[in-house]
Design a protein around this ligand. Sequence first.
Ligand code: PMP
Length: 459
Amino acid sequence: MNVAASPNDLCEIIEADRNHVWHHLLQHKGLEINDPKIMVEGNGMRLWDATGKEHLDAVSGGVWTVNVGYGRESIANAVRDQLIKLNYFAHSAGSIPGSLFSERLISKMPGMSRVYFTNSGTEANEKAFKMVRQIAHKRFGGKKHKILYRERDYHGSSITAISAGGQQERNAQYGPYTPGFVEVPHCCEYRAQWDVDHYGERAADAIEEVILREGPDTIGALCLEPVTAGGGVITPPEGYWARVQEICKKYDILLHIDEVVCGVGRTGTWFGYQQYGIKPDFVTMAKGVASGYAAIACLVTTEDVFEMFKDDASDPMNFFRDISTFGGCTAGPAAALENMRIIEDEGLLDNTTLMGERLMANLHGLMEKHRVVGDVRGKGLFCGAELVADRATKEPVAEKLMQAVAADCMAQGVIIGVSNRAVPGLNNVICLSPALISTSDDIDNITDAIDGALTRVFS
Ligand code: PMP
């Protein structure tokens, strides 16, 4: 594939970017010295930038999104056909792809029932928060309105979503926050906060302690990622989820599972919560829903939750008084439906489990070889390696060394992720989330590149 822009075009593109684009998650001072990277074309696991350089993408579009890989013509065709037929009508009316996708999605989520369309993970989570608040008003005189979230979890970028966000490094400068959100401790055993056997149950008990402190009659919901993503790829310890579920039941607390990253195959089952036998009341999803071919996110609820919003039809306030304009775009469910067909027909869930095991085995190999790898964690094709300056103290390596590892891999033509900023512990993690179509060679190429980078950066 030859996608290099001509030198003149390239200069023009770079100048236009440098002068006018405000990139996500970027300190722009760096672009005064370095050119911005501009991605031009993708196919399968591979990407080409404007200079023509080829990259193997180990993070599915940078932020664990392109689950079925780049260049899927069948998704593009499904979107094109639907846009020509009908691009939009507000979602107070139905659409053909919206109905068909909802039915197919729910068939993969036993116990769940209703799909509410939005267009970002942040928005899907906010819709769930709004429902919890409305349920509190309808049933509990407004009292059971607090929402628990977990240290290190992330639920989106709006002020309310960061109020439910457990990563201080992302939140610190954006207060004051939305009231009514309360933090519970993280469950990362490598960074254990309690010296006990049965760590998973102990970490879940810590949630109960917060509930008792706040008053169970004030808590409406608990919002958790099945596996914490950007907060350090934290897999739950044995016994954690069963106890969490018990606690929610005991105190009549709705369980909101944020599947924005884990959803739609990433962990080897359709949803991450299905790995742990969880029975949620709300499930939110975004990135993998249409693998980035269209902007679509969903909030899925049980029928019990849905029923609470139509119990008094004579009251004009008594329904979910909410809209998302672009939740009515038909391109989203058209792309999502084809995305699901691909995952099923190509056996990508099984491939994810298989390739995930290979990736974890390779990462364990790196841990044996490099003392800087303190811990490796993962589920399916969603894995992380935590880097520490000292295995005994678990002191995190410096941020600039994390960036040096990522830069070394990039120079080798492999794109990896590193979590955002070095904070004491938990955020010095190489993040890997290659597409669900990965082959053994792809997985080995990714870990070989990391091997080389660790050797060069830490020797
Ligand atoms: N939840 C989780 C777990 C996420 O990782 C993200 C995005 N990284 C979001 C929610 C927010 O999604 P979006 O960026 O689509 O608003």
